[in-house]
Write a protein that binds this ligand. Structure first.
Ligand code: ATP
Ligand code: MG
Length: 270
């Protein structure tokens, strides 16, 4: 569903307002405090139900910081985030159940996001057991949905290729039937030859399940492949945003033009 002007505010699923996040580097001198890093500056963002929103920007622009705040894995220094109408900032973990059930994350590197000592069956079931939800036939269903054979359930992450491990991570994220999938550079650690397959899988699943997607990448051509809207980040600020095809065709900000000039176009898939 494209985001369009005139949409009712109730369509907003995630609303972030004036987010700031200041990190304090460890002090390296007895006389001076550690340097402050202003990772986000007054960032406001709305993601509507069913929207596939990309966040693009160079390394260090604040993409992962913003994503961690949206997932309540970190707290902003100031600002507000509402998920489905409920404020999530400042809440203790025990009051974030609605968010944990409805928003799941796929990280960049499946090798470090999947516990190597756990079998795939348990990895995929873990979000369900953690939330006290029944597992039933869900693991088999999910492995099938991500294109892995049923026998994968009994194996360990190291017995799979990088692309297959990211399929496991996607199956795991989908386990509690979330409304929102959040992905932080989900293909950049993968071999170039499998990136397209994993992006296509993600796009197909988001489509079939009617999910809302928040997708971070440093590469606008990757964002364009899976998202309809985009925010461009630079030095902790959103400098440009809108429909990804418009930004791609006519970038308004010089920084976006630089980003576009720097990215190789994706090959191997339409
Ligand atoms: N835990 C932290 N402590 C101190 N500084 C941090 C911390 N996390 C991030 N930063 C700093 O905040 C800024 C934004 O970092 P962030 O990881 O959000 O960028 P990014 O856009 O995700 O970059 P990349 O594309 O490299 O993943 C950077 O200057 C980074 O060094
Ligand atoms: Mg990052």
């Amino acid at each position: 569903m494209p985001s369009h002007a005139g949409t009712q505010p109730t369509d907003a699923l995630i609303t972030a307002e004036r987010l700031n996040r200041v990190y304090h580097r460890p002090r390296t001198s007895l006389t001076r405090p550690g340097a402050a890093v202003h990772a986000l500056r007054d960032v406001s963002l709305t993601v509507r139900r069913g929207e596939r929103h990309g966040i693009v920007g160079e390394s260090g622009s604040g993409k992962s910081t913003l994503l961690r705040l949206l997932c309540a894995l970190d707290q902003p220094t100031s600002g507000s985030i509402r998920f489905d109408g409920q404020e999530i900032t400042g809440r203790p973990e025990r009051r974030l159940r609605f968010l944990r059930e409805n928003l799941q994350i796929v990280f960049q590197d499946p090798m470090s996001s999947l516990d190597p000592r756990m079998r795939v069956r348990d990895l995929v079931a873990e979000p369900l057991t953690a939330l006290g939800l029944p597992v039933g036939d869900r693991v088999a269903e999910l492995l099938d949905a991500v294109g892995l054979p049923a026998e994968a359930a009994g194996r360990y992450p190291h017995q799979f290729s990088g692309g297959q491990r990211q399929r496991i991570a996607i199956a795991r994220a989908l386990a509690p039937r979330p409304k929102v999938l959040v992905a932080d550079e989900p293909v950049s650690a993968l071999d170039v030859s499998v990136r397209g397959q994993i992006l296509n899988l993600l796009a197909d699943l988001v489509d079939e399940l009617g999910l809302t997607l928040v997708f971070v990448s440093h590469d606008l051509s990757v964002v364009r492949h899976v998202c309809e809207t985009v925010s461009v980040m630079r030095q902790g600020e959103i400098v440009e945003g809108g429909l990804v095809d418009d930004v791609w065709a006519e970038p308004a900000h010089p920084y976006t033009r630089e980003l576009l000039a720097a990215v190789p176009t994706l090959e191997g898939f339409a």
